[in-house]
Design a protein. Structure first.
Length: 273
């Protein structure tokens, strides 16, 4: 191997080490930043599940007050609002499948993934416990289950397809308009509402392992929960592959800014828009 080749290899390794090891350690040591991201994800997921699970639970407590249209549109509107008020802090993932997708895309550091997923699950659980305590009905009425006349595999397929669309919208708006902006907020919120309007009868249109985890934990009933983990993850992985086909590698300025927010954003490919 020539000296030039050795120098190039050493340079690539040093850059990788700086990005994947040194910078993540510095980020986590900077308590002024990471705790804000985690609090943001906790609060955002709390409000998402408050609306998403709350619709079904309120419908049980007060029959004929909340129809299916309102129940599926409300989470979309809530996500729109959350992206606008806290997207710049954490990226407003609110969903483990979205966090994994951003990391697979190269827009989000893998070192932050465990913390994000943990607080998303915690936010969902606290929201569900809160709803049970206030409304006085089982949180199982706010969870997601396959329709009685459909198999688990049908629900799994529906969740995978719906999540594929959701993550595609998120990654697509992140590539230019940015998820921390008004266009991303409107696009993602509108997709969630539309997907729920046509897809919820079969699977509930969860598209989010945390959204279903909260009510299931509060009710201690994880019947069929694997569907709402496997389906969204499969859909998210497919969406990442499609993003590569359409736009090439991620890790650029726009995608990283959307995925991470504006607090010490790490950019893997600074030359990429």
């Amino acid at each position: 191997m020539s000296q030039d080749s050795q120098a190039a290899t050493r340079g690539r390794f040093e850059r990788w080490f700086e990005i994947e090891v040194v910078q993540p350690m510095n980020d986590f040591q900077d308590r002024k930043q990471e705790w804000r991201r985690l609090v943001s994800e906790f609060v955002g997921t709390f409000f998402l599940v408050l609306v998403a699970a709350g619709a079904g639970m309120m419908g049980q407590a007060f029959p004929d007050t909340i129809n299916r249209g309102a129940a599926v549109v409300a989470p979309g509107l809530m996500v729109l609002a959350i992206i606008l008020f806290m997207g710049k802090v954490s990226g407003a993932h609110l969903n483990p499948a979205v966090t994994l997708a951003f990391s697979l895309r190269g827009d989000f550091p893998w070192s932050r993934v465990p913390g994000y997923i943990l607080v998303q699950l915690a936010g969902a659980a606290v929201a569900s416990w809160f709803l049970s305590a206030v409304i006085g009905v089982s949180s199982s009425y706010g969870s997601n289950y396959p329709a009685d006349s459909y198999s688990d595999w049908s629900a799994l397929t529906m969740e995978a397809v719906l999540t594929f669309g959701l993550v595609s919208v998120i990654l697509g708006t992140a590539s230019g308009a940015q998820n921390i902006g008004i266009i991303g907020a409107v696009g993602v919120g509108a997709y969630i509402a539309l997907a729920g309007l046509w897809g919820s009868p079969i699977s509930g249109a969860s598209m989010n392992p945390a959204r279903t985890f909260g009510p299931d934990l509060a009710s201690l009933d994880f019947t069929g929960y694997w569907i709402y983990v496997a389906g969204p993850i499969i859909g998210a992985v497919i969406a990442v592959g499609m993003a590569f086909v359409l736009r090439g590698y991620g890790g650029g300025r726009a995608g990283s800014g959307a995925a991470q927010g504006a607090l010490r954003t790490r950019i893997a490919n600074p030359d990429k828009a």
